[in-house]
Design a protein around this ligand. Structure first.
Ligand code: AMP
Length: 606
């Protein structure tokens, strides 16, 4: 077969794979209720007799019961669990216990979930099923994107992806982040072949373990292949923003390396040097073109850099929802006219939903639950409001942030209701509370479409007030609008803390900003944010002065990079990093307080 014919066959294959995978998903979405029960049955069959399940259901073979009975007996015998309930098991696995604890198949890999949201990392079982579902959702999402934004088969992707170091526990189990395991898996290669899109960077660059060196090489190779790049991506939007912020500082060095075919002394890992230098050659023409574009872009604050340097890119693709939403302004700035396509919803524990409508703006995107990946339950959540009507479910417990109803299976979720997601996975998690709050926005066929709202328990509270991550995000958005109106400064990143060390307690919001701004404007931002918390408990407490004025701390440039580095130093990977939006972590608070250069106190509420 000639090369031309091979290429043609690959493209035909690509089309066939796309049609097949969409056809498959639409079928399982249509039959989602039955498919969910089959999924539960299969998980219980595969893992029958494992120690964790035996503890709760003994020898009863509930997977042999009829669908309704199986679902309800499972939910009545196996309790909801959180990570602490699982920890003794994952620890035994890490220590080398090979008896069937959570799954019948031995677990050889453990993932570290980013933990940046809760301040500490967690071990989560990782099996081949995890890589296979990752491949499956990536192919499915690519197929939906390709319907709206077709890309050239055989093209390249500028991917800002990063592995952390993989290490072995004393029991011989390999530990790394989920993305690290995935990039090291066969499935990562297969995805490139089947979607006919190839990452610009070599494996050595992705897995070098030093995010600064990886970023430089991603940019260098991305520029080197700039005419072939079909789209720009990362797992979470933070990484793209972080990469282009670095680009602003390193572009001259990058141009120099392209012109001369050299590699900056920033790169000191031998296998990365070898891999990159083996790929690139001197290209003075390309270097001159990049230089003249950058000289102009520098004067325009790098607006629209992505399409200007990657003229064939069709879109920018990444997770832009939840805690990534605050980076949208900057991402839009860098992307200019290019569409932003919001990537799918998942976690180290399991993939959950796919974006079937890539044209939807990130602020409105929803995720259609994939009913074959895990068995999903949903705990109805109600806000603490005196006038709330709780007719839609049995209220069984009051938690810190929300009032909870009884968990329901996927077949019973209601549009407009918020829920916490509960997972039963092929990797040995049973009725595991994920800690994410979602809202059902509607249905795709018969599977719910979820809107990601926020993480639970990321909450600002001093006394009777309760503000979630989402509430804080809205308030900060208000404040930062005042900043951006001035056109002189922009918000780089933020976090918060409920300070109860002094009386009365009060909220502290930390901002890193780029640019110079009048103190009067910052005063206004502070006052406006304080007045924008609508939670009844907060408003009442502020009026009665049982919560003190909101404090806005401006931290020096680079503070949030220090926070990133603190997490990376503790084994997190840039690919999965999320700035904690509310923290009580002493190390973080120390960094933030040492780096505070200005403080403002709200005058709202007199
Ligand atoms: P990790 O702990 O690194 O596995 O991150 C998983 C968490 O990231 C999820 O539980 C969510 O809180 C968040 N996340 C993942 N995908 C999305 C998404 N598409 N939108 C918003 N948040 C997401």
């Amino acid at each position: 077969m000639s090369i031309g014919q091979t290429k043609m066959t690959n493209y035909n294959n690509k089309d066939r794979i796309e049609t097949d995978i969409i056809g498959w998903f639409e079928e399982v979405a249509e039959e989602s209720v039955d498919v969910q029960r089959q999924t539960l049955r299969r998980i219980l069959e595969l893992n029958h007799g494992v120690e964790y399940l035996k503890k709760w259901i003994g020898d009863i073979r509930i997977q042999e019961m009829d669908d309704n009975e199986m679902e309800s007996i499972y939910a009545s015998l196996v309790p909801l669990a959180s990570h602490v309930d699982l920890e003794p098991f994952t620890q035994r696995i890490a220590d080398g216990d090979t008896t069937p604890l959570l799954t019948q198949q031995p677990i050889t890999n453990l993932s570290l979930s980013s933990g940046t949201t809760e301040g500490r990392q967690k071990f989560v079982p990782f099996t081949q099923h995890s890589s296979q579902t990752t491949l499956q959702i990536f192919k499915l999402a690519a197929a939906y994107r390709s319907r709206i934004y077709p890309i050239r088969g055989g093209g390249r992707i500028l991917e800002f992806i990063y592995s952390s170091k993989q290490c072995e526990t004393k029991g011989g189990v390999i530990v790394g982040t989920a993305t690290t395991h995935y990039y090291a898996s066969e499935e990562f290669k297969i995805k490139q072949q089947q979607t006919q899109s190839f990452t610009c960077s070599t494996r050595e660059v992705i897995s070098c373990g030093d995010y600064k060196q990886s970023t430089y090489c991603h940019l260098l190779l991305g520029l080197y292949f700039s005419h072939e790049v079909e789209f720009v991506t990362s797992t979470f939007a933070y990484s793209i923003v972080q990469a282009f912020r670095s680009f602003e500082e390193m572009w001259k060095e990058l141009c120099h390396d392209i012109r001369e075919g050299t590699l900056s002394s920033r790169i000191n890992i031998a296998k990365v040097q070898k891999a990159v230098l083996g790929t690139t050659q001197p290209n003075p023409e390309l270097a001159s073109r990049i230089q003249s574009v950058c000289e102009k872009l520098e004067k325009e604050d790098w607006f629209s850099i992505i399409p200007k340097l990657w003229p064939n890119a069709k879109y920018v693709y990444s997770i832009m929802t939840g805690s990534m939403q605050p980076y949208l302004t900057k991402l839009r700035h860098y992307s200019g006219e290019l569409p932003l396509v919001s990537a799918d919803y998942g976690s180290t524990e399991s993939w959950i939903g796919v974006n079937v409508d890539p044209k939807t703006p990130p602020e409105k995107v929803t995720f259609a639950v994939i009913p074959t990946f895990s068995y999903f339950e949903f705990i109805p959540l109600y806000r603490h409001k005196s006038n709330h009507n709780y007719q839609n479910g049995n209220i069984n417990s009051t938690n810190y942030d929300f009032i909870e109803g009884d968990p329901v299976p996927l077949s019973q979720v209601k549009t407009g209701q918020q829920y916490e997601v509960v997972l039963t996975t092929f990797t040995g998690l049973y009725r595991y509370r994920l800690g994410d709050v979602v809202e059902v926005e509607g249905f795709f066929k018969n599977t719910p479409k979820l809107n990601f709202i926020c993480r639970r328990n990321l909450i600002l509270t001093v006394n009777i007030d309760k503000n979630t991550e989402k509430d804080l995000q809205l308030v900060v958005e208000r404040g930062s609008q005042i900043l951006s109106k001035s056109k002189q400064a922009e918000l780089v990143d933020f976090t918060s803390h409920a300070n109860v060390a002094t009386q009365p307690g009060h909220y502290v919001i930390y901002w890193e900003i780029k640019g110079e701004i009048d103190e009067k404007v910052l005063d206004e931002c502070c006052r406006d944010m304080d007045a924008s918390f609508v939670d009844h408990g907060y408003v009442v407490s502020r009026r009665t002065k049982s919560i003190g004025p909101l404090e806005l701390c401006i931290v020096e440039k680079g503070t949030f990079k220090k926070i990133l580095e603190y997490y990376i130093g503790n084994g997190a990977a840039l690919s999965q990093f999320k700035t904690p939006r509310c923290t009580g972590n002493k190390v973080l608070l120390k960094i933030l307080n040492v780096c505070t250069i200005k403080r403002f106190y709200s005058t709202a509420y007199g």
